[in-house]
Ligand binder design. Structure first.
Ligand code: UDP
Length: 305
């Protein structure tokens, strides 16, 4: 199998690529990558996904390239929006020429401030179209729309995934790139204050990366009934951010305290995945609970920080 993976050097991409067998070409501008760990057989092309050109044919075109950290993407809104629009268009055209299976990681962000928690795939979303997060969530929504247009007009075999807060080794912890799990782990291991935005009552449901890889591999199977599918991949177990902070302090045995910072603009107050559809279609469910996943992630960071 020949795979073209946009964003294959990043957190999700590197874990996926490790588990694929075949000829793998990764296109990644490395803009958000800190821990580059790619198998030696992978061909890495350092380029932006919007401008990458090729005449080669592929069996799979996989588009994972994105700047998913809110603190980061609000500082790079144009690059963020273009990777999820022109980048998606470019990937779709390559897939169309190859008659490849096209796979896209959309995002739980497309649901915005959802009124239905856990959120099923048929919830339409509640998003601020011009807010600071719109460069990410609206461009992911546009990508989904364009992908479905290719499916309807050209019959392309497309699969859309909406991942929910995946975490694990290689998730960046530093600066504005840090997502909540990796940032809290790094702060705890350094005995620094854990920075909680707002009152910490906002929730997320976290999925360990090996569970994400398993679901993704199943979504890539050459099954005709997966053509045009849209699937949540995440957990339905909501955790308050303040509880996550305290759990990480306990698991690391840290002396850290919690410091409350002003809330983030447009921060969704609650988020969890309804994964009924993925369970049925993929015969999949998360196996690694939060405490176990955090322990594995903490072990990985201990030797790197
Ligand atoms: N968060 C926090 N402190 C941090 C980073 C994040 O309290 O240093 C909170 C943030 O307000 C959000 C949740 O953790 O409610 C998840 O944030 P993350 O950046 O991981 O991504 P999001 O799920 O918002 O896309």
């Amino acid at each position: 199998m020949r795979y073209l993976v946009f964003g294959g050097a990043g957190f999700l991409g590197s874990h996926l690529v490790e588990s694929l067998e075949g000829e793998i070409t990764v296109v990644d501008d490395l803009s958000t990558v800190k821990y580059i760990e790619l198998p030696p057989n992978v061909k890495l092309i350092k380029e932006r996904v919007e401008s990458f050109k090729t005449d080669e044919k592929f069996d799979y075109v996989i588009h994972l390239a994105a700047r998913p950290s809110p603190d980061d993407y609000v500082q790079h809104p144009v690059e963020t929006a273009l990777a999820n629009s022109i980048g998606t268009y470019n990937a779709l055209e390559i897939a169309r020429r190859s008659d490849a299976i096209f796979f896209f990681t959309s995002s739980s962000e497309i649901y915005g401030h959802a009124d239905v928690i856990p959120t099923p795939e048929d919830y339409w979303g509640k998003v601020n179209p011009t807010g600071v997060r719109s460069c990410y969530d609206e461009s992911k929504r546009f990508s989904e729309s364009l992908i479905m247009a290719y499916y309807r007009e050209y019959g392309l075999d497309v699969r859309i995934q909406r991942p929910f807060n995946v975490y694990g080794p290689r998730l960046r912890e530093d600066g504005s790139y840090g997502r909540v799990v990796s940032r809290f782990i790094a702060q705890a291991l350094r005995n620094e204050d854990l920075t909680v935005y707002g009152d910490g009552n906002q929730t997320r449901a976290f999925l360990y990366v090996s569970d994400w890889v398993e679901a993704t591999k199943r979504m890539l199977e050459p099954r005709k009934d997966l053509k045009g599918v849209v699937l949540n991949v995440g957990s339905d177990k909501e955790t308050r951010i303040i509880d996550l902070a305290n759990l990480i302090i306990r698991l690391t045995g840290s002396r850290s305290k919690i410091r409350f910072l002003p809330p983030r603009p447009d921060d969704p107050p609650r988020r969890a995945a309804d994964v009924t559809r993925a369970k049925q279609l993929l015969n999949w469910e998360p196996r690694v609970n939060l405490e176990e996943g955090l322990k594995r992630t903490i072990e990985w960071f201990k030797v790197r920080l």
